[in-house]
Design a protein around this ligand. Structure first.
Ligand code: IPE
Ligand code: IPE
Ligand code: MG
Length: 256
């Protein structure tokens, strides 16, 4: 069960370094096309940007980093591209987990992973188990994830657990649902980053982004690095997170 403050139930605490950063890694295909390379070359290069971003976030004291790797709508892509993405996921798990382990990073995967091949599911389970005790940072990969899927499965799980809620819907509170969300183990994202120039959520963490600060950059994901992350965090640090209150109230509540 989640022990974190819901932003719509109470005002969460504030830190200049976001506790939870969630990223839509977009622009791999356009990065490759601009170089006259096949789209998949962009995805391969994107894995390097993932490595750099994971390391940079851990160094800066981010506690949760969530990366959107494959959406429930990405199955609509050509079969060839989907299969390359799956192969990249497999090889990244095979190669990177040792480093995550060394760096004290816990890996979790959220999404409907039952749709994946047995080999990939097996690697995910192994990586999660192997890194389960790590506490420095939790890296979540959202794979075959959709925000609507998450809310739907949480509603279904809540009703399965407490069938009486169907007869007394007025008892169905926020927490009854939130505790079944795939990322109930994490606070809501403080900072959302989307690379690639598009300004949309694309069915990412719909419930949890209620009060998240949004940051969009035109940089393509393969070009994203520690310096780009720092620019996003600097922008975040200038935001006034009011959570429905007035500026004067925020000032009165902020120590120093
Ligand atoms: C993001 O890059 C990676 C995935 C969605 C898997 P894209 O592949 O969407 O790149 P663009 O948007 O076509 O440039
Ligand atoms: C969002 O990127 C999903 C991931 C980054 C995994 P897309 O490139 O698929 O998003 P849309 O379709 O352009 O909104
Ligand atoms: Mg895209």
């Amino acid at each position: 069960m989640s022990t974190f403050t819901s932003s719509t139930v109470a005002v969460p605490g504030y830190r200049a370094i976001p506790r939870h950063v969630a990223i839509i890694m977009d622009g791999n295909g356009r990065w490759a096309t601009a170089r006259r390379l096949p789209r998949v070359a962009g995805h391969a290069k994107g894995v390097e940007a993932v490595r750099a971003t994971v390391e940079a976030c851990a160094r800066r004291g981010v506690e949760f980093l969530t990366l959107f790797a494959f959406s429930s709508e990405n199955w609509r892509r050509p079969a060839e591209e989907v299969s390359v993405l799956m192969r990249l996921f497999v090889s990244a798990l095979e190669r990177e987990v040792t480093q995550l382990q060394k760096n004290g990073i816990r890996l979790r995967v959220v999404g409907e992973i039952s749709a994946f091949e047995p080999r990939l599911r097996e690697l995910i389970a192994q990586a999660e188990l192997r890194t389960a005790a790590n506490q420095r940072m939790t890296l979540t990969i959202a794979a075959n994830y959709g925000g609507r899927w998450d809310i739907m499965q949480a509603v279904q799980a809540a009703l399965r657990e407490q069938p009486e809620l169907a007869r007394h819907p007025e008892l169905f509170g926020e927490q009854a649902l939130a505790k079944h969300l795939a990322m109930a183990y994490a606070p809501e994202p403080d900072l959302f980053i989307r690379t690639g120039g598009e300004q949309r959520i694309s069915n990412f963490l719909l419930w949890q982004l209620a009060y998240t600060e949004l940051y969009f950059t035109d940089a393509w994901w393969p070009d994203f690095d520690a310096a780009a992350l720092d620019r996003a965090i600097e922008s975040y640090a200038t935001r006034e997170r009011r959570f429905g209150r007035t500026s004067a109230q925020v000032a009165a509540a902020t120590p120093g």
